[in-house]
Design a protein around this ligand. Structure first.
Ligand code: PCA
Length: 227
């Protein structure tokens, strides 16, 4: 496992007409905490393809974390979702916070079609479920900024593993993406949609982080979807 003793958590600023983004609210209070011997560092990313991804890369350079979990809002979902896969596609349904709406372009030209999360999502899901927090493994992070940032994260970590950055040759940093539901105030504005309390999200993230740091090899645990 990585020798770094840092965990990087990122959240996004509000987008799509919202005034709050639960992804940032759920993790900002964890800044400076210690979980399983690792210091938590946090960063807020603009919900924009170019600036969001570049802020993530800056934070990765700065902290060289053992584990990075990017967190984003998925309005309408009822569970914390641990994303299984990042795809190399952008197809923006709405403009990002910089007014860009790219359609059918790759996140990284010439790079692989997809990357799997390297955080142990099955063990994380099981541990969070054991605390009675609604949680699932998701098989799509969408095609907007969240999937893009997730893809850029996994591409950067893959480059480290392949030794393109010499200083990182013996590190095995891991990464993943967590989607969180709306907050109650957002869900009510949209008409009755699923929501989750911020404290529940934060509790779930803490458990997920601790589990990821303690789990070298992910568990075999059914969490698939039929559709
Ligand atoms: N959710 C969006 C982008 C920012 C966020 O919090 C998404 O799921 O792509």
């Amino acid at each position: 496992m990585s020798s770094s003793r840092t965990v990087l958590l990122t959240g996004f600023d509000p987008f799509g007409g919202e005034t709050v983004n639960p992804s940032w609210e759920s993790l900002r209070l964890l800044q400076g905490d210690t979980i399983a011997g690792h210091r938590i560092e946090t960063a807020i990313l603009t919900t924009a393809f170019v600036r969001g991804a570049s802020a993530l890369l800056d934070a990765l350079d700065r902290y060289r974390p053992a584990l990075t979990l990017c967190v984003g809002q998925a309005g309408g979902r009822a569970h914390l979702s641990f994303e299984r896969v990042a795809i190399n596609t952008i197809d923006a349904r709405i403009a990002d916070n910089d007014g860009a709406r790219p359609i059918d372009i790759p996140c990284v030209a010439g790079a692989p079609a997809a990357y799997f999360a390297t955080a142990p999502i099955k063990a994380m899901r099981a541990a969070v479920a054991a605390a009675n927090i609604p949680v699932e493994v998701s098989n799509t992070a969408g095609t907007f900024v969240c999937n893009h940032v997730f893809y850029v994260l996994m591409h950067a970590l893959a480059a480290e593993r392949n030794g393109k950055h010499e200083s990182a040759r013996d590190r095995h940093p891991r990464g993943g993406f967590v989607h969180v539901p709306y907050l109650e105030e957002q869900a009510r504005r949209q008409g009755s949609m699923a929501f989750m309390r911020i404290e529940t999200m934060t509790a779930g993230l803490r458990i997920a982080i601790a589990t990821a740091l303690r789990t070298e090899q992910d568990i075999l645990d059914g969490a698939g979807a039929t559709h």
